[in-house]
Design a protein around this ligand. Structure first.
Ligand SMILES: Cc1cc2nc3c(=O)[nH]c(=O)nc-3n(C[C@H](O)[C@H](O)[C@H](O)COP(=O)(O)OP(=O)(O)OC[C@H]3O[C@@H](n4cnc5c(N)ncnc54)[C@H](O)[C@@H]3O)c2cc1C
Length: 402
């Protein structure tokens, strides 16, 4: 049996960020991944390091601290992670949305995020492609884009540079406890003795929880994306719409049409090679990662409604990923009472890239029992906060094990 201090289960952006920070801090660590590095949601997502899409308060503050870390990470990585400050505009299409976004932006400004609301003329002047159906837009220069696969690989390679081991194509089948403490991780390719297990399995984190009898309220929330042919610079910033913000935080504010129930909302970014990534949906359909014709049509109709020039652009492929959704939109991070050494690092919904850097830092502080450099209230991120949740109802409502 091999032995390390910490086993990180899951080789997505979160597991790799945690392993990188632990290894850099001198902790002996192994990443165990049942497939390859970046084979899950971290390879089926968009490219935004978004601040404007974060709820004012802890969520936004974590993202603000996280975004500061990417330039520093780039210096430590061999991989070019394509981190670029681009800014974001959020298209506002109705007077009602304008009021909601005005309040949202004001609360974000109170959290130190410089967001302004532009009227239609100013929005179109700033973003000439956005001349469709809109009454105005928000604008914030702080948001950035990144390459998700290169970011994940950057963390992974740097983790290995600092001594992390990797067991790829290795499935975690069980976790052995001794006297209420994590003792070893049992895989299909042998056992690993350890003091800590980090559950970084994204939408699959509940399955790892069940191995030790834990109920973890994380559900897969599918997002579908359309990819276009490469093209010259199309937009100056990331483009979203107010419906996207509502679909993320307040789906009840959307209507009851089929498109509303799929959580259709615009997300548009452009890769370094020129491809546009156009999203998306927010759907609870279990672990089904197929794209659907209906959703893709709604996505494109809605996007072209805001950016009419999209009508003339060719699509080359589509894909879907599973966001690890939690009931309050915040990830589940930190120690789990009752099982010493079991640490959660999952549930980042649509924010895993943006929050990866801060998550790696926080989990390492927790495992190394270091005074935190941040003043976040970690009880708001703990699994404990859900102790009164009706987990059976949650699992049934969101098709957790289907
Ligand atoms: C359409 C879409 C768009 C998105 N856009 C953005 C964006 O622009 N910005 C942003 O910040 N976030 C975005 N996200 C969210 C982001 O992609 C996720 O939050 C993030 O990728 C989650 O990372 P993770 O490491 O927790 O999970 P994953 O990447 O899914 O990694 C979990 C890993 O655990 C492994 N695993 C599971 N069970 C086992 C087991 N038993 N043994 C071993 N390994 C196991 C899996 O194989 C997988 O590789 C988007 C998501 C979607 C779906």
């Amino acid at each position: 049996m091999s032995s390390v201090d910490a086993v990180v289960i899951g080789g997505g952006v979160i597991g790799c960020a945690v392993a990188y920070n632990l290894a850099k801090a001198g902790v002996s660590v192994a990443i165990v991944e049942r497939d390859d590095i970046c084979a899950g949601t971290s390879a089926a997502c968009d490219t935004a390091i978004h601040l404007q899409s974060k709820s004012p308060g802890l969520h936004l503050r974590m993202a603000q601290e996280s975004i500061k870390l990417f330039p520093e990470l780039q210096k430590d990585f061999d991989e070019d992670i394509h981190f670029k400050k681009t800014g974001t505009m959020i298209a506002i299409q109705t007077r009602e949305q304008n009021e909601v976004m005005r309040v949202f932006a004001e609360r974000q400004r109170n959290n130190g995020l410089d967001v302004v609301i532009l009227d239609r003329a100013a929005a179109v002047e700033k973003q000439p492609m956005m001349k469709g159906d809109l009454v105005g837009a928000t604008y914030c220069t702080a948001d950035a884009t990144i390459h998700p696969q290169f970011l994940t690989k950057g963390y992974f390679q740097a983790a290995k540079k600092y001594g992390a081991k990797a067991m790829l194509h290795t499935n975690v089948e069980n976790i052995a406890l001794k006297d209420g403490h994590v003792a070893s991780v049992i895989t299909n390719r042998g056992n690993i003795q350890c003091k800590y297990v980090v559950n970084a399995c994204g939408a699959y984190a509940p399955f790892i929880g069940k191995l030790t009898g834990l109920d973890i309220p994380i559900a897969p929330r599918r997002g579908q994306i359309v990819v276009t042919e490469p093209m010259p610079k199309f937009t100056h910033t990331i483009v979203n719409c107010a419906r996207y913000i509502a679909a993320k935080f307040r789906p009840d504010l959307l209507g009851t049409s089929e498109a509303d129930r799929m959580g259709i909302g615009l997300s548009l970014t452009q890769t370094e090679r020129g491809n546009l990534l156009i999203g998306g949906t927010r759907e609870f359909v279990g672990y089904d990662t197929r794209t659907t014709q209906k959703a893709l049509l709604y996505i494109l109709q809605h996007a072209a409604n805001i950016l009419p020039a999209l009508k003339d652009i060719h699509i080359i492929r589509t894909f879907a990923g599973l966001r690890p959704f939690t009931p309050d939109g915040l990830p589940i991070l930190g120690n789990v009472p009752g099982i010493e050494g079991f640490v959660m690092a999952a549930g980042h919904e649509g924010d895993g890239l943006a929050l990866s850097a801060i998550t790696g830092r926080l989990i390492t502080e927790i495992i190394c029992e270091k005074q935190s450099a941040y003043d976040f209230d970690l009880t708001k991120l703990s699994l404990e906060r859900y102790k009164n949740l009706d987990i059976k109802a949650f699992e049934a409502q969101y098709a957790v094990y289907k």
